[in-house]
Design a protein around this ligand. Sequence first.
Ligand SMILES: NC(=O)c1ccc[n+]([C@@H]2O[C@H](COP(=O)([O-])OP(=O)(O)OC[C@H]3O[C@@H](n4cnc5c(N)ncnc54)[C@H](O)[C@@H]3O)[C@@H](O)[C@H]2O)c1
Length: 357
Amino acid sequence: MNLKKFYNKKKILITGHTGFKGSWLVHWLSRYNVEIMGIGLNPNNKLNLFSYINKKKLLDKRIDITDYKILEKNILKFKPDIIYHLAAQALVKKSINNPLETFKTNIIGTANILNCINKLNKKTISIIITSDKCYESVKLSRGYKENHRLGGNDPYSASKASAEIIFKSFFNSILKKNKKIKIATARAGNVIGGGDWSSDRLIPDCIRAWVSNKKVNIRNPRATRPWQHVLEPLSGYIMLSYHLQNNVNINGNSFNFGPKFNDISNVERVLKLSKNYWKNARTKFYKEKNFVEDEHLQLNTRKAEKKLKWKKIFTIEKTIELTMNWYKKFYDKKNAFKLLDNDINYYLKKNRNFTYE
Ligand SMILES: NC(=O)c1ccc[n+]([C@@H]2O[C@H](COP(=O)([O-])OP(=O)(O)OC[C@H]3O[C@@H](n4cnc5c(N)ncnc54)[C@H](O)[C@@H]3O)[C@@H](O)[C@H]2O)c1
């Protein structure tokens, strides 16, 4: 697919543009002849990736997606052609401490976005980002498929499963009738890469500890997660939006994006690989009482490989190398804007699905 052609003169709405994945996406898509409207809240941390990204094409709106009136007014005025809905309360631990905020943002917020898409009444392509955690936990080592049962043992997971159910109901009873609307959901695995400083996430926790020469506290060394570089699911969202243009059979579908089975790693392995990049990197394991989390979480990504020709490009070693080098260079005072560009250029060179000149 030719990215330059696909995005030429497009108006793109990215919700959650001030977050980790949203910042990478805004930076990437700003290479093309586009107008971007971002809808999100102020970044959570003083140190945040959003401060460093390309904002030349960005109309930056700080809007709460649970505030329907303002949301609708702004979206209907902007009239986007393509929508990537990433805005969410995205942290499991925070969802346990504040379940109502998580449910409100992730469930009502998503319903609000879907209602705006319907009200737009114009040709649109929309990708609703949910999560690998939307599946009912049945300890399935061979990986969840898109038609497996939804569920969730914590408010974050349950909110993402709920967002999927809300999406299906909206699609089947309202959006499907409107031939101008093309829409799908994307369920990606745990994402890593330079520039994430969120709390209670493995890599940001390690970086925060190691740059200040402290030990990092690790909860569950044996937990496996579908880790992947942030550019991998973002390329999935991009390819999904591209294929939705012409392939009616995938309209209303959901797609998993995650690593290959031979690349599945547990926390211990990720730590071992990451430590190679830092002098004196130390870890301490501890047990957290009353914290429910799945030991094994993997995704089956065959549907995306077959229908979208999407594939994961980087091995876990390469993913960690890119991530750790990004942080190392950032703390060596290298230009973060250029670090983002370098990783995107490298990814585009390696991914033969994309031509962009
Ligand atoms: N990071 C991961 O490993 C991962 C894995 C699977 C799915 N996801 C999903 O991908 C999306 C992006 O994740 P991320 O890691 O960039 O999260 P993040 O926490 O870095 O960013 C979240 C974004 O949502 C915005 N937001 C939160 N509440 C809002 C509200 N009420 N109104 C408007 N905006 C609001 C924030 O301002 C921010 O821009 C989320 O939907 C998340 O659930 C993330």
